[in-house]
Design a protein around this ligand. Structure first.
Ligand SMILES: [Zn+2]
Length: 291
């Protein structure tokens, strides 16, 4: 199905944007745009054909990425597992593409939020990929497996508790398989980890390149296309707003300058497009897909 699996090439790498399903968030504003002035937000939403008063929910796909470099079979993020009624479809979508799950040798976790690590474990709470090497930024691992301070989040206590419990339940069972990175580094040839903190302390972006073609995986440094036009508007789930804005500007600038293909985890499926600089901000140009 076009809205669940989308294959594309980056140089010689075979890539697959693969959905883990969707999740519906109530009250998208102020969730997505926590600090946006109301009148300005109304104007911007209207330009996107959304009426603020009627905008009661926002449905986001959760878009994971599979990369076959020929040498390695790499999965970026594992989706949300059983977080919601329409999540946890990653494995069935991979199988439908003929992917043998046991052949995935490297799993990169961009950060520790439930929608990115929820598929790490199976229904018994054990590693769902017992033979794979997992990779995460060290600050991110230390944060969630330690005593995470979520006081900066504009979220209810029960949401904060859910974030911590979910992260622990999906990180501790893979502790024997985890490889932690502390500096910008090549995880496997052609796939580079770049620090992108702010959304969470060790949030990671990826620069993927093969034969001169580039893909920039920005994960949750930009959650909605409107964040490109208004890079200073942060979401309620962004732990360090100032850092998010800095990181976002750096990544968007890089994407525009390099004319890289970009993958954004929460954008309309397949989450692929290009970023165009427009004055002090940017605009999203989704790729054209068939159907
Ligand atoms: Zn996310």
């Amino acid at each position: 199905m076009v809205d669940e699996r989308y294959g594309f090439k980056v140089g010689s790498f075979d890539c697959l944007a693969v959905s883990d399903g969707t999740f519906t968030y109530p009250s998208p504003s102020p969730f997505l745009f926590a600090n946006a002035p109301k009148e300005r937000l109304e104007q911007v939403l209207r330009a996107h054909k959304i009426q603020l008063e009627k905008w009661e929910e926002w449905t986001s796909p959760y878009i994971c990425l599979l990369i076959d470099t020929d040498e390695h079979l790499v999965l970026v993020d594992t989706g949300a597992g059983g977080l919601g009624p329409n999540t946890g479809k990653l494995l069935q979508n991979l199988k439908a593409e003929g992917i043998a799950i046991g052949d995935i040798d490297t799993i990169i976790l961009t950060h520790g939020h439930p929608d990115h690590v929820g598929g790490n474990t199976d229904s018994e709470g054990k590693s769902a990929f017992p033979h794979a090497r997992f990779v995460m930024w060290k600050d991110e691992w230390d944060f969630w497996t330690g005593e995470p301070d979520l006081s900066g989040l504009k979220a209810d206590e029960h949401i904060k508790e859910l974030l911590v419990t979910f992260a622990r339940n999906n990180l501790l069972p893979i502790r024997g398989q985890i490889d932690l990175v502390e500096d910008e580094t090549e995880i496997v040839p052609g796939i580079r980890a770049i620090p992108a903190p702010g959304h969470t302390p060790g949030h990671m972006a990826l620069a993927i390149s093969s034969r001169g073609q580039r893909l920039l995986v920005i994960s949750d440094s930009v959650i909605h296309p409107i964040h490109m036009e208004h890079p200073d508007w942060y979401a309620a789930v962004d732990l360090d707003p100032d850092q998010v804005v800095d990181t976002r500007r750096q990544l968007l600038n890089r994407a525009a300058v390099e004319k890289a293909l970009v993958l954004a985890f929460h954008f309309p499926f397949p989450g692929l497009g290009r970023v165009v600089q427009k004055g002090e901000s940017w605009q999203w140009r989704p790729i054209e897909t068939m159907g």
